[in-house]
Design a protein around this ligand. Structure first.
Ligand SMILES: CC(=O)N[C@H]1[C@@H](OP(=O)(O)OP(=O)(O)OC[C@H]2O[C@@H](n3ccc(=O)[nH]c3=O)[C@H](O)[C@@H]2O)O[C@H](CO)[C@@H](O)[C@@H]1O
Ligand SMILES: C=C(OP(=O)(O)O)C(=O)O
Length: 428
């Protein structure tokens, strides 16, 4: 077990290249199960979620090579092996194995997923979609059993706008007989990315990126090559830490359109932002104005940037309210930020941040992925040394974090935890 140490309070400068999107990667890899020949995907982030999915595809019979940022998957020998336990519990996106295996084999047994603990994260809309396509779905001892004699296209209205349910239904529906219409679908860029891969494989999908997606099922999907989109949440995190600590920073390999909600908030706060087709330039300032944010489905402010943004607000003058309408309990980072001298109180679904304060280095623990990102931002802003544990969460979603931050001039490194520290963590 390791901890991350940051010597904070020093200005950052330079450029950083954004990796491929985690939330695309974790759907694109399971989607390859649907093909009958080799699929390659490049631009993948170097994160543990990708590594675990690679292992899972191998476990069910796929031949996989993962070198640098490219994965090559030959799915022809994959079988619908039950995966009720083990690695499926380590990440949220293992639920995509349900849609992909159901699409190809008409049956699957997959354990309920893991991922960040952000309060309840039901998958009832995924199941409603699979059932509408003709699958029988049961939950037996924490694993979902899916079986269909045949999948038939259906009209499915999502009661909740869900990224996961939209993609999962798409994965099963591309191999159903006839047309599927997903209404009230999520519109996140990662959904378009998955639809692009499936279309290159031979699927017929219209409307991805709008709230009505139409899928005409096909009998066969084949191999192809795909380049993943950049990670808008990683980019947003670097924009936030650039705004907090950089004189100027250039974010490279990014789609600025995906970050319009954050860019608009930056401008309200008095941060200078310039964009080109695939770069964002930011000049940090010590005169930040506090703003309110409310997380919403895309293109609204992303819940996945709420936690790092909260760290930035501690430097802004005035009171800013952060309301999470997607995950009302996504506030485990607040106690840790308070340890670092932040003035924040939580009221229901909102965190109220009063600033400016000078954060102080402290020993803190990442309870989930973006809580970890929030603590990294805070650690860079703080005076003195910050020690962050719970790195398994951060490693799920940030590719080459220390290398990228060191490139911006940060002093950040990993150290092994002592036995005493491990014992303390296990008892905390
Ligand atoms: C792997 C991945 O892509 N993860 C992202 C995905 O998670 P995930 O796909 O799990 O999130 P959803 O979009 O499904 O969840 C949105 C909201 O709908 C609720 N809900 C969802 C499904 C369902 O069947 N029933 C239901 O009630 C959830 O509890 C949540 O309140 O979108 C989230 C919201 O943008 C992001 O925070 C995650 O980073
Ligand atoms: C919540 C997140 O991830 P996951 O859905 O994979 O747990 C996230 O990326 O912030």
């Amino acid at each position: 077990m390791e901890k991350l140490k940051i010597a904070g309070g020093y200005p950052l400068k330079g450029s950083v290249r954004i990796s491929g999107a985690k939330n695309s990667a974790v759907a694109l890899i399971p989607a390859t199960i649907l093909a009958e020949s080799t699929v390659s995907i490049d631009g993948l982030p170097d994160i543990s979620d990708v590594q675990i999915l690679k292992d899972l595809i191998e476990e069910i019979g796929g031949t996989v090579s993962l070198k640098n940022d490219e994965i090559v998957i030959d799915p022809s020998n994959i079988v619908s092996m039950p995966l009720p336990n083990g690695k499926v519990k380590k990440l949220r996106a293992s639920y995509y194995l349900m849609g992909a295996m159901l699409g190809r084999f008409k049956k699957a047994v997959i354990g309920l997923p893991g991922g960040c603990h952000l309060g309840p994260r039901p998958i009832d809309q995924h199941i409603k979609g699979f059932e509408a396509l003709g699958a029988r779905v049961t939950n037996e001892q924490g694993a979902i059993y899916l079986r269909a004699d045949e999948l038939r296209g259906a009209r499915i209205y999502l009661d909740v706008v869900s990224v996961g349910a939209t993609i999962n239904i798409m994965l099963a529906a591309v191999r159903a007989k006839g047309q599927t219409i997903i209404e009230n679908a999520a519109k996140e860029p990662e959904i378009i990315d998955v639809a692009t891969l499936l279309s290159s494989m031979g699927a017929k999908i219209k409307g991805a990126g709008t709230d009505v997606i139409r899928i005409q099922g096909v009998d066969k999907l084949s191999g192809c090559h795909h380049t993943i989109i950049p990670d808008r949440i990683e980019a947003g995190t670097y924009m936030i830490l650039g705004a907090a600590m950089a004189k100027e920073v250039l974010i490279d390999n990014v789609i600025p359109l995906h970050l319009e909600s954050l860019i608009a908030k930056f401008r309200e706060m008095g941060i200078m932002v310039e964009t080109t087709e695939d770069q964002i330039w930011i000049a940090g300032t010590d005169n930040l104005k506090a703003v309110d944010i409310k997380t919403l489905v895309y293109p609204g402010f992303p819940t996945d940037l709420q936690q790092p943004f909260t760290a930035l607000l501690t430097k802004a003058k005035g009171t800013g309210m952060v309301t999470d309408t997607i995950y009302g309990a996504r506030f485990k980072h607040i106690d840790e930020l308070r340890r670092m001298n932040a003035q924040i109180k939580v009221e229901g679904r909102s965190a109220i941040v009063t600033g400016p304060v000078q954060l102080q280095g402290a020993k803190v623990k990442a309870s989930d992925l973006r809580a970890g990102a929030s603590l990294v931002v805070a650690g860079l802003m703080a005076e003195g040394i910050t020690e962050i544990t719970g790195l398994e969460h951060i490693d799920r979603g940030y590719s080459q974090l220390e290398e990228k931050l060191t490139g911006l001039g940060a002093t950040i490194w990993r150290e092994k935890l002592s036995e005493e520290e491990i014992e303390q963590l296990q008892n905390s």
